[in-house]
Design a protein around this ligand. Structure first.
Ligand code: AMP
Ligand code: MG
Length: 388
């Protein structure tokens, strides 16, 4: 048995070999950059107008209008003092322009432009290099592309990016009692739900489950299925069959497939019977079958491993301290990841903390960490991992 901290360290300290791949920018969302990115040119690349209005040469109250520049025009007009051009947002500002006056603050009489107020030097001109200078580092390797970084890379003209590949993931669910949704079930059977929760959690964080298989509580079938699944994946997840019951065959079946145990059992609630193993460059997590346990173990341990295998520089769920809405006293003898809801900045520990209960998790948005027997009064801070 290891502590939560030890288990997380073991996950985080695994040596991994990362593969790189060129991705079209449009498909690169959620991938980590394999190399730093530097600005290939100044941003903006030319002085341009922040407004629809008039570009002015010199500071006066009145100007002669001598032309027009629209966004995308490549012409360059040389303005003389006292001259102005009609200009539009994003259009290149003539080099000699002193300012742009917004069109709401002017009057035009024939070719004469009259200003309501004197312009200020540089006003409404977005300067070349004002955001980034050519050669300046934009992102470090390991930065995970989000919609904003995608936009920025697009504006830097990159159509492809070098990123780290993501791991291929297979899932095996075990249990004689499991019936797939949509099928009739008899007394004593339950619907298999962990594959939906785990596949959903993978997708939520940008990972795909390549293949899901269900096996009976049978040692040979489990061993064979693990062997087959390991032919085609980097990470194998298993659900159920990893506890100490007479029908729990997963640990032995993993061992007989040459899997080295990195840890088995974590001093935590839920999710004590969690197994983490490795075979050469492949990783295996055997998650406890109880729905809240398997999903909690995914969020806390599997996710950082998947991210590490994807070259992410930051691992795991975002975690923050929030004040408690109510007093809470843990009746658990192990440190716990409690199903919690953060509403208006306050944490509520939800009813339904059992390992088999998932409704509270479905309605909540966080896992609140409380040490064994821990007490909190209203307003005390509690560490929360954000799950949505
Ligand atoms: P196990 O870890 O196999 O002992 O299973 C613990 C509990 O989780 C039992 O009540 C199982 O019926 C339930 N369980 C196991 N696997 C699943 C699954 N894939 N979907 C829903 N419940 C499951
Ligand atoms: Mg079972």
């Amino acid at each position: 048995m290891v502590t939560i901290e030890e288990a997380l360290n073991i996950v985080q300290q695994q040596e991994v070999a990362l593969q790189t791949v060129h991705k079209p920018l449009m498909d690169a969302m959620g991938y980590a950059l394999a190399d730093e990115v530097k600005a290939p040119f100044d941003m903006p690349a030319f002085d341009n107008s922040a407004m629809d209005g008039y570009a002015l040469c010199g500071i006066f109250q009145e100007y002669n209008i001598v032309g027009e520049v629209a966004a995308g025009d490549t012409i360059s007009i040389a303005l003389k003092a006292g001259e102005a051009v009609r200009i539009f947002t994003g259009a290149r500002v003539p080099e000699s322009a002193s300012a742009v006056m917004m069109q709401e603050k002017i009057k035009v009489e024939g070719n004469i432009l009259l200003l309501e107020e004197l312009p200020k030097m540089g006003q409404n001109i977005r300067k070349k290099g004002g955001e980034l200078k050519e050669g300046q580092r934009v992102f470090e390797a390991g930065h995970v592309l989000n919609p904003r970084s995608m936009g920025l890379l697009g504006s830097l003209g990159l159509e492809q990016v070098l990123v780290f590949a993501k791991p291929t993931i297979n899932l095996i669910t075990t249990g004689n009692e499991l019936v797939q949704p949509g099928q009739p079930k008899s007394e004593g059977q339950i619907y298999e739900s962990n594959s939906f929760a785990l596949t959903g959690a993978m997708r939520q964080f940008g990972f795909e489950c390549q293949q899901t298989k269900q096996v009976a509580d049978d040692f040979e079938a489990t061993k064979r299925s693990i062997g087959e699944a390991l032919q085609t994946c980097d990470v194998l997840l298993l659900s159920g069959g990893i506890s100490v019951g007479d029908y729990d065959f997963v640990k032995q079946a993993l061992e007989e497939n040459g899997v080295e145990e990195l840890f088995y059992k974590v001093f935590q609630k839920p999710g004590k019977p969690l197994f983490f193993g490795r075979k050469a460059s492949q990783f295996m997590f055997a998650l406890p079958g109880n729905p809240a346990s398997s999903l909690t173990c995914f969020y806390v341990y599997v996710l950082p491993m998947l991210q590490k295998l994807s070259g992410y520089s930051k691992l795991g769920l975002p975690s923050y301290h929030f004040p408690m809405k109510h007093a809470y006293e843990s009746r658990f003898d192990r440190p716990s990841f409690l199903k919690a809801g953060i509403v208006d900045g306050l944490v509520e520990i939800l009813d339904g903390q059992g390992s088999s209960m998932i409704q509270s998790m479905a309605l909540g948005n966080a896992l609140a960490f409380v040490e064994a027997g821990g007490k909190r009064t209203a307003g005390d801070l509690v560490e929360c991992k954000l799950i949505s």
